[in-house]
Design a protein around this ligand. Structure first.
Ligand code: MN
Length: 438
């Protein structure tokens, strides 16, 4: 897991795709993977890579022989999802990334460039689809700030439960209701119990978002065979943005004793581009620095490299635009900004813990970090925290306020990495508009 910096991270590298050299999420140093088809068509989905304002069709490149120099089987690029590519593992990903970098570099031969150009489609003409068939989805709770803030709403004297600093807490989410960015999200119905009144069934009145980082499993592990922490990252293909929509009123009533259920399973939104760990290498940082007196991670979750490089400095932001803001032509308002570097548990620790009982993870499984909140008030990653369960509503530029989400609200998550000496890369966005459940 030591970061390997190579020519694909060179800040001086430019692409002949001119829009990739403008400030944006997809410079030649990024090369995230996704699945797309021409907008308005019913063509089979295909694997692509984002470059500037275009998507490069990898299936087309493979057919054209442009990837012959790599050991990546053409069928992994010609599949309708990323699962086959995810299953290949390193060094296939690294070799493919290097090949794509060469094909797209400004100093590529003119003949190569002409051949590659034929496989570019403007992003504006692409329909972006879910990147993988997600067999299983697991959601963690890896921000100690989120856990503390939420815990303090329910247990002011004892916000953090005694297992938190030992166990990467998680629950099994629902894979069938994962949707790609842009898909509207219907307000769920469920049981809620307002105050001392008897339980009722109806539309959630406390709908919330959760700002999370998702990560896709690459090669899986055999059932009964745990994944040692030293090799955990070899099982991670890359990261994306996740909005783990949550109905707080349903959650509050149903969650004991088995944890979240219908308050979460109605929808989870995903950004379409998967940014590889190779692309993130320049933005690595140390794992969370535990306070003096905190227990060290148990040995199976402990590794010197993970401690030194297991964190990622990814800036994560949430924006909201209400129906009224759209009518007034107001831009989306930023509700929060934080960094993934403040997470208590690393990706490697979460994956290793997940497999530590012998549970088999499979290519394309989605693991998510849990709400990303930092120490600062402006880095709180959900409304439950930002409004203290609705007690302190947020003002919006339209003059409205928000305790929880209203119908018509569009929530947009964004993520990017910046570091002196390197080119900024972005995760793109994960958006979803709340529509009435009625
Ligand atoms: Mn969550």
């Amino acid at each position: 897991m030591r970061p390997i910096l190579d020519r694909t991270h060179d800040a001086a590298a430019k692409s002949w795709v001119e829009t990739a050299n403008l400030p944006g999420d997809f410079p030649i140093q990024n090369l995230p993977f996704g699945v797309f088809r021409p907008r308005g068509s019913t063509a089979a989905p295909r694997v692509g890579v984002a470059i500037g304002s275009f998507v490069l069709d990898l299936a087309g490149c493979a057919k054209d022989g442009l990837l012959n120099a790599t050991p990546v089987p053409a069928k992994a690029c010609e599949a309708p999802t990323l699962n086959a590519l995810m299953a290949l593992g390193e060094p296939h990903w690294w070799v493919l990334r290097n090949r794509l970098h060469d094909l797209l570099r400004s100093d590529a031969e003119a003949a190569i460039r002409r051949r590659v150009e034929a496989h570019l489609l403007p992003l504006a003409q692409a329909e972006l689809l879910a990147p993988a068939v997600i067999g299983d989805y697991t959601d963690f709770y890896a921000s100690i700030h989120h856990a503390t803030n939420v815990g303090s709403l329910f247990r002011p004297d004892n916000p953090l439960l005694p297992n938190y600093k030992y166990v990467p807490i998680g629950y099994h989410g629902r894979a069938s209701s994962i949707v790609v960015s842009g898909t509207p999200v219907r307000r769920p119905c469920g049981q809620r119990k307002p105050g001392e009144q008897p339980p009722q069934f109806g539309e959630s009145r406390q709908l919330d978002y959760e700002l999370e980082l998702g990560f896709f499993v690459g090669p899986g592990n055999t059932q009964g065979t745990p994944v040692p922490i030293a090799s955990a990252e070899a099982h991670i293909f890359g990261v994306c943005l996740v909005n783990d929509w949550s109905a707080r009123d349903i959650q509050a009533w149903e969650y004991q004793p088995l944890g979240p259920f219908l308050a979460k399973s109605f929808a989870t939104s995903l950004s379409p581009w998967v940014v590889t760990l190779d692309a993130l290498a320049p933005f690595r940082t140390g794992a969370y620095r535990r306070a003096a007196g905190d227990p060290p991670p148990l040995p199976y979750l402990s590794h010197a490299d993970d401690e030194q490089y297991g964190g990622f400095d990814i800036t994560l932001e949430v924006f909201l635009r209400s129906q009224k803001m759209r009518e007034q032509n107001l831009p989306a308002a930023r509700l929060s900004q934080g960094s993934f570097r403040e997470m208590y548990w690393t990706l490697a620790q979460m994956l290793t813990h997940h497999a530590s009982n012998g549970c088999n993870l499979r290519p394309g499984d989605l693991l998510a970090s849990g709400t990303v909140s930092g120490a600062a008030a402006e880095s709180r990653g959900c409304l439950l925290e930002l409004t203290r369960r609705g007690a302190e509503p947020l003002p919006l530029p339209s003059g409205e306020t928000r305790s929880f989400l209203e119908d018509g609200d569009e929530v947009v998550l964004r993520g990017y990495c910046e570091r002196e000496g390197f080119v900024r890369i972005g995760l793109g966005e994960c958006s979803g508009q709340v529509i009435s459940g009625g």
